[in-house]
Ligand binder design. Sequence first.
Ligand SMILES: Cc1cc2nc3c(=O)[nH]c(=O)nc-3n(C[C@H](O)[C@H](O)[C@H](O)COP(=O)(O)OP(=O)(O)OC[C@H]3O[C@@H](n4cnc5c(N)ncnc54)[C@H](O)[C@@H]3O)c2cc1C
Length: 416
Amino acid sequence: MTIPTSTDVLVVGAGPAGSAAAAWAARAGLDVVLADAATFPRDKTCGDGLTPRAIGEMQRLGLEDWLRAHTVNQGLRAHGFDQTLLLPWPGGSLPDWGSAVARTELDDHLRTVAIKSGATALDGARAVGVRREGERVAAVAFRGLDAARPGEEVEIACRWLVVADGVRSPLGKVLGREWHRDTVYAVAGRSYVDSEMSDDPWISSHLELRDEQGELVSGYGWIFPLGNGTVNLGAGTLATSRRPAEVAIKPLMQTYADAIGGDFGLSGELRMPTSALLPMGGAVSNVAGPNWALIGDAAACVNPLNGEGIDYGLETGRFVAEHIASGAGLGEAWRSTLVEHYGESFSIARRLAGIATQPKVVAALGPAGMRSDWLMTLALRWMGNLVDDADRDRAARVWRWAGRRSMARDARPPFS
Ligand SMILES: Cc1cc2nc3c(=O)[nH]c(=O)nc-3n(C[C@H](O)[C@H](O)[C@H](O)COP(=O)(O)OP(=O)(O)OC[C@H]3O[C@@H](n4cnc5c(N)ncnc54)[C@H](O)[C@@H]3O)c2cc1C
């Protein structure tokens, strides 16, 4: 394949965020190159859960039938403190169903959607640097593009650069991105395991997560059914630089699996266990320049209360393509868009998540919360940020009010 030397829009990273950006930009008639360091299909450490926000974006991309052919779930079964609650997805302005698809398959499919929309995809292309003209990025340097000379750098010039290179965002760092770990982040792991509950129409979360010594850990364990004889089993905990996570995630997943294995008909080993850090709640600065923007995990667009980020990746991919296609520009305009869409909800969510890094708080509030269907339904809606600007009900208004108050008090608000 001929390597393009220039393009309108260069997207670096072909996870959900990059592929969505590439698909929407190509559909808007722009010339798009979608480059990723990996060769697809590739794995990504994730719970594989698609909540209603993600379903909404997948529908927009035309993928509803594809998703429904995988698995459909109707809500969350919350377990803990001797209680089990069934909490249906609330619906409202967002879809009332969820799904789960292993990332190896989901990301490959989304990338194919981008290609079918007109983007040129490059595998094995690791972005290593940029050439600037003033504040603008004129070109990105890649390694691995020339198979005969893998160490050689090859440049692709661009009018617009979308940085979707994930949690560590190596290209974002080159552009000045800074991740603030004094704000809450997650340490989480996932594995796959055979289960008799693989067709369960509910996803499950265990809010009472205990380590090998039986001590309560802040965070939660999950079982997300994949409809193919297996489930995604994982566990995550919250941390800050002041209160680092003191628990080893892989043994925690095993302890969790041992504790709930009987209830979920689990059998065999935990396969492919992996873990990762997760920046959350817009806890990064320098998210844009005049012709470049960070999206998805690179911009810490992850919900601090449940760790979901596929939906925000898909959304920010669409928004950035709209910015570029409309000529609205990036830079401060892009930062404002992130603040407008996510600032208030991320601010209040990360404040609450910061409080929940203390196991004492979980021990005190968990049992009371789990005794109330009403409280947990509210918590599911707030924790999942299943509140849209269109929602006018009381719970939505309280959530938005709390977000505004929280942001006004933030020493460093999201994306700054
Ligand atoms: C344990 C765990 C469980 C999670 N569970 C869920 C869940 O159930 N639901 C949910 O919604 N979210 C979940 N998340 C979060 C979710 O995985 C991320 O928010 C999501 O993957 C973000 O997508 P992205 O496109 O921004 O980044 P990624 O999916 O990470 O994609 C980034 C891409 O950039 C490429 N790349 C990196 N560096 C370079 C480079 N220098 N040059 C070129 N390419 C590069 C990588 O190869 C990769 O393909 C979980 C995260 C973890 C860690």
